[in-house]
Design a protein around this ligand. Structure first.
Ligand code: FE2
Length: 279
């Protein structure tokens, strides 16, 4: 079975596990957001302790996509501060990896992954995105005009020419005056981590640290934001496209929490997170 529909969870309620010495990131604290039980692909938050290091040059035998939430990670001579992004393909040669003062990093692997310290492996340079620091970019990529919000800005981080998959950041200004919005459907997976702000949906109020993995063909919305928001999105398992309904429906600003959760997380449906930690 591939990944189950998860919509939505505040990642604050998920447990940290410490990765074993045999893992690609030994001793790092990990929250699993979603996992494909067939391929082993995962979306996780990795919390690197201060002083973490893999001192040897190496490569990873799998693609790694990441976005720094807090702190700083160094890979070779590249430094990734808060809101830095990279897509490092299978085989990409890496120098030492360090997190001198610790870091929290939203991380995505496509399957099982190990560090390889001997030899080299050809890697697909076309898929390499060595570093994008969101704060250094001009956010101006076009936003679908059907999206309801004020002050919309998008920053495309990745657009895979072969698969059509993409990763992007979207900010929406506060739009408390909005009353209705259309519903939408995508043929692909839509994955979200909410970096800041809040989003109102029929399933409840998403706050900072909210996460969903929504398989294709699931109609959703209407959504709105009273406070504004900054979102990290991925489109997986197919090229991006959106079907909007012609009609609109009333935005429910404070819907009670009615998530769709895998069995393993079902206990969290009854007790929505009330705190204010970031993740
Ligand atoms: Fe959507």
């Amino acid at each position: 079975m591939a990944r189950e529909h998860l919509e939505f969870i505040q990642t604050q309620v998920l447990l940290w596990i410490t990765l074993p010495a045999t893992a690609a990131r030994p001793g790092v604290a990990c929250k699993v957001l979603s996992r494909d039980t067939e391929s082993g692909a995962v979306s996780v938050i990795l919390k690197y302790p201060a002083g973490f290091e893999i001192p040897q040059a190496h490569y990873l035998d799998d693609d790694e996509e990441f976005f720094v939430l807090e702190g700083e990670v160094q890979i070779g001579d590249m430094t990734y501060g808060p809101r830095s992004y990279a897509y490092l393909p299978d085989g990409y040669p890496r120098g030492a990896m360090r997190a001198p003062n610790g870091a929290a990093v939203l991380t995505f692997f496509e399957g099982p992954h190990q560090n390889v310290f001997d030899g080299e492996k050809a890697f697909d340079r076309a898929r390499l995105i060595e570093r994008i620091a969101a704060a250094e970019q001009s956010w101006g990529d076009s936003v679908d005009p059907a999206v309801v919000g004020a002050g919309l800005e998008k920053l495309m981080l990745r657009l895979d020419e072969q698969t059509g998959e993409r990763t992007w950041l979207l900010t929406m200004g506060a739009a408390p005056e909005a009353t209705t919005a259309p519903l939408e459907t995508h043929p692909h997976v839509e994955e979200l981590f909410l970096l800041d702000g809040e989003i109102s949906m029929p399933q409840g109020l998403l706050k900072r640290g909210a996460y969903f993995w929504r398989p294709g063909e699931i109609q959703h919305g209407p959504i709105g934001t009273r406070a504004g928001c900054t979102c990290f999105f991925r489109c997986k398992e197919g090229p991006f496209s959106t079907d909007w309904t012609k009609h609109t429906e009333t935005i429910v600003w404070d819907a009670p929490y009615r998530p769709t959760l895998p069995e393993s997380l079902a206990e969290h449906a009854a007790a929505p997170y009330q705190g204010n930690d970031p993740y």
